[in-house]
Design a protein around this ligand. Structure first.
Ligand code: FAD
Length: 283
């Protein structure tokens, strides 16, 4: 049971949602955006979060968009993980989404909710980081577009009252060869020990991790090491693992040295697969 009362709103346009947020904020209702509600409700139940109003974004068309506009795929923030994987529109995002929680919860968790989550993993952001996604937000100043690297730095850094509306990804990244490897401590369905997403763009390997550090991580300097053709595959993996040694998480899922070990093996496997497939970036 939730130990407090709150109001529920379901606006049908971005403008209505932003106006509602401002009115509720002015009235002292401490409103929150509501995607699938799974995190908000579970935190409210245990007394970790309080709000006077929720603004459910699932009836806003722009937040539900799923399709190509020319060479760009638009993904609404209120799409569920299940819808993302079932659509097969962005295979790397679909596979990543299909390994978050179980199938019942995937019908509830939204793309925006995962990106804005307080939980450190936020796995759905990995394909967006790798594909230089553009995020559209809405606030009192209207719609804004951000390169993902400018607004997702360890977590989604939205100004207060701003709503994540959608993400756009260029087709070249959607059609690129990719890898998705989720390692968990015990069960197949669990938070990641390390989730690794990778894709090949412009002849280079791009790679991002969840669970390796206390936030989702894409590090272009580590990528440069992995693409350095003067080094053997083993050396690249070892140097990259060494380069990232300051970030490793150390918790009950795994020690930092175990994460380093898993990282290196995962990276070697990816590099060898690329080599076996005779892709241009690995020789
Ligand atoms: C059983 C279970 C297993 C899980 N396993 C994993 C896992 O393996 N990997 C992983 O990454 N995560 C996992 N999660 C975490 C889950 O992804 C987050 O809790 C996520 O926040 C839930 O999404 P939601 O749409 O229900 O969010 P909500 O509860 O609706 O919202 C969460 C937060 O995001 C904000 N928000 C929502 N939508 C928007 C928006 N469009 N713009 C701005 N802010 C917004 C809300 O205000 C709130 O602060 C798991 C959760 C559960 C319950």
């Amino acid at each position: 049971m939730i130990p407090f009362d709150f109001e529920y709103y379901r606006p049908e346009s971005v403008e209505e949602a932003v106006r509602l947020y401002q009115e509720l904020e002015t009235a002292g209702k401490a409103p929150v955006w509501y995607g699938g509600g799974s995190e908000l409700i579970s935190m409210a139940r245990v007394g970790n979060r309080r709000f006077g109003a929720v603004i459910d974004i699932k009836s806003i068309p722009e937040c539900r968009t799923l399709g190509f506009d020319g060479e760009r795929l638009n993904l609404g923030a209120a799409l569920t993980l299940d819808e993302l994987s079932a659509s097969h529109k962005f295979p790397l995002l679909g596979q990543t989404a299909a390994r978050i929680a179980d199938h019942t919860i995937q019908r509830r968790i939204t793309l925006g909710g995962n990106l804005a989550s307080t939980i450190i993993y936020r796995e759905a952001v990995l394909p967006l980081l790798l594909s230089d996604a553009e995020l559209t937000t809405a606030g009192p100043g209207g719609l804004k577009k951000y390169a993902i690297r400018d607004i997702f730095r360890e977590r989604l850094q939205l100004p207060k009252g701003e709503l994540l509306v959608s993400a756009a990804v260029a087709r070249e990244f959607i059609e690129a060869p990719y890898f998705h490897i989720k390692k968990t401590k015990n069960e197949k369905i669990d938070y990641p020990l390390i989730t690794t997403d990778a894709l090949i763009a412009g002849g280079n390997l791009r790679i991002a991790f969840s669970g390796l550090a206390a936030y989702p991580l894409r590090d272009v300097a580590a990528e440069s090491i992995l693409n350095d053709q003067r080094l053997s595959l083993e050396e690249r993996a070892e140097h990259a693992a060494q380069f990232l040694s300051g970030v490793y998480l150390d918790d009950m899922n795994g020690s930092s040295s175990y994460r380093r070990f898993v990282l290196k093996n995962t990276v070697v496997n990816i590099l060898e697969s690329i080599k076996d497939a005779e892709m241009p970036c690995i020789r």
